[in-house]
Design a protein around this ligand. Structure first.
Ligand code: MG
Length: 165
């Protein structure tokens, strides 16, 4: 049995915050605002994994009003969500992500981000990919006010080890 899941998140960028993507800190003059550490990519991945398994969403698992998640490490949140999903018998086939921001350039950090996600999800790094886009100067992403992440994953459950590829 296979299930796909989609996650999307958008965070404002502000001075005095860290710019985190998939657990990797990227040197930049601004960072993501958020109740947690603001890692927009980790948040999108959480929703993709939970959505594929039909197990809720990030807001249910980690309510933004809960002081327990204030400045929380989003990678630990992602690991916790993935543990729930995995305990339900799901395995990750692949995860594909797109991060949109006007600056900084993502390409120099892409491999590190993929490896960081793979490590946290205990997955083969070859099954995880992250792409960078800009906002073409349009909208909150294009004006540099926000960073957006999209994540899509395929989960597999059952005795078969065959992949659909
Ligand atoms: Mg978020």
């Amino acid at each position: 049995m296979y299930r796909i899941g989609l996650g999307r998140d958008l965070h404002r960028l502000a001075e005095g915050r860290r710019f985190l993507l998939g657990g990797v800190e990227i040197p930049f003059e601004k960072g993501e605002l958020g109740h947690s550490d603001g890692d927009v990519l980790a948040h999108a991945v959480i929703d993709a994994l939970l959505g594929a398994a039909g197990m809720g969403d990030i807001g249910e698992l980690f309510p933004s009003g809960d002081p327990a998640w204030k400045d929380a490490d989003s990678i630990l949140m992602m690991k916790s969500a993935w543990e729930r999903v995995r305990n339900n018998g799901w395995q990750l086939v692949n995860l594909d992500c797109t991060v949109s921001c006007e600056r900084p350039m993502l390409l120099p950090h892409r491999e590190k981000i993929c490896r960081s996600l793979a490590l946290a999800l205990e997955a083969d790094p070859l099954t995880i990919f992250v792409k960078g886009k800009t906002g073409e100067g349009l909208g909150p992403v294009g004006t540099g006010e926000a960073v957006e992440a999209l994540a899509i994953c395929l989960l597999e459950k059952g005795p078969s080890k065959e992949t659909p590829f």
